[in-house]
Every structure is written in structure tokens, then in C-alpha cells.
Design a binder for this molecule. Structure first.
Ligand SMILES: Cc1cc2nc3c(=O)[nH]c(=O)nc-3n(C[C@H](O)[C@H](O)[C@H](O)COP(=O)(O)O)c2cc1C
Length: 180
């Protein structure tokens, strides 16, 4: 049986503008920082936007992500390659490790009954400027966090995506036993 928070997590877009329960954001951020990282470099920066700061982040959202404007919290997931392992053969681990941090945050949020939805659809220059993020850091994703809300304002395809079956490649397509 899968861990319920893994099975139940979905990229819900119906989010309520209600504040998060007391203490929830701290737990989500703490869960992120417990992720493993290469050499324990912990290359992540989690820039929390809430209240008035959110308005400026909203300006950076792509049109398709208008649903994210309802959320009471958006966390910018930020790193830079030089803060993590960079191997001579070209392997860089900062983005990988930031992804592990993000997944921990999503699992913790789901465990708390909340939505945590990562997005790439935003203008990173605008986010950097809104949140004062230095130029040499990559704004890799925004994590939109909130309580589940009313899907009425969503487009039809978005409503379906909330409740339809999980769309995944079969294990046969992605798992290679002993040989590719
Ligand atoms: C790096 C990344 C970027 C994403 N960007 C967006 C986005 O800009 N807008 C959006 O609505 N969903 C975005 N998603 C959510 C995915 O569409 C979603 O995770 C995928 O369709 C699988 O659905 P599920 O998470 O509900 O299983 C993104 C997810 C990831 C991991």
C-alpha cells in the first residue's frame, strides 16, 4: 500500500483564499529542509510570499495559472548550481535536490489536508524583482499552497483534471529491469 500522502496528492487548482491553519506553513517548510541533498549541501532557498507581497507575485503568473491568485501563500523555490555538487562529468545536483525539498513540502502539505501545487508558468524576472531574489539564483518553481476550494471558477478541463483518473505512463514504459 502506498503512503496515503503520496497517493492522495494532486495538483489541485481549486484553492480557497482562507489562511492556512496555525503552524501548517512552518511544518511544510521544515519538511522541505529535511530532504536529502548531495553532501548535505542543502542548496534550497524558500522565499515565502504572503499578504501584500503576493500581489507582486500575481503579476508574474502566466495566464493559465490565474487560479493560483486565490492562494494565501506562494513559496518561490530557489537555488543556484554552485551551492551544490557539480561533478567533473557535468552532473549538477542543485535542481535535483531542490526537487526533493519540494516533494517533501508537498507530501507534508497533503498530510495536513492542504494543496501544494508546483508551477513553472511564471515570469522568473518578475518573481525575482518582487521578492528581491539575487540575479545569480534560479527561480525554479513556485509552490502554490492553500486549502482546497470551490472549483466553480475553473475551466472545464481543469475541473476534470481535479477528479479524473491519474494520467501516468505504465511501469513498463519507465522501469527497466536489469537492462534498458
Ligand atoms: C515542475 C512542474 C511545473 C508545473 N507547472 C505547472 C503550471 O505552470 N501550471 C499548472 O497548472 N500545473 C503545473 N504543474 C502541475 C502538473 O501539471 C501536474 O503535476 C501533472 O499534471 C500531474 O498531475 P498530478 O500532480 O495531479 O498527479 C507543474 C508540475 C511540476 C512538477
Amino acid at each position: 500500500m502506498l503512503v496515503p500522502a503520496i497517493e492522495n496528492r494532486r495538483a489541485y487548482r481549486a484553492i480557497s483564499s482562507e489562511a492556512l491553519p496555525e503552524g501548517a506553513l512552518d511544518e511544510i517548510l521544515r519538511a522541505g529542509t529535511l530532504a536529502p541533498s548531495c553532501y548535505n549541501n542543502q542548496p534550497w532557498h524558500l522565499v515565502v510570499a504572503q499578504g501584500q507581497t503576493l500581489q507582486a507575485v500575481h503579476e508574474a503568473l502566466s495566464e493559465g495559472n490565474a487560479w493560483a491568485r486565490k492562494a494565501p501563500v506562494i513559496v518561490a523555490l530557489v537555488t543556484r548550481p554552485c551551492d551544490d555538487c557539480r561533478l567533473d562529468d557535468g552532473r549538477d545536483y542543485a535542481h535535483f535536490d531542490l526537487g526533493l525539498c519540494a516533494m517533501n513540502m508537498m507530501i507534508q502539505a497533503t498530510h495536513l489536508g492542504l494543496v501544494a501545487h508546483p508551477i513553472a508558468g511564471f515570469n522568473p524576472k518578475k518573481v525575482r524583482s518582487a521578492l528581491g531574489i539575487p540575479k545569480d539564483y534560479d527561480v525554479v518553481s513556485l509552490l502554490v499552497i492553500g486549502q482546497r476550494g470551490d472549483p466553480a471558477h475553473l475551466e472545464e478541463w481543469q475541473k476534470k483534471a481535479e477528479t479524473g483518473p491519474r494520467d501516468r505512463k505504465s511501469l513498463d514504459q519507465v522501469v527497466h529491469w536489469n537492462k534498458w
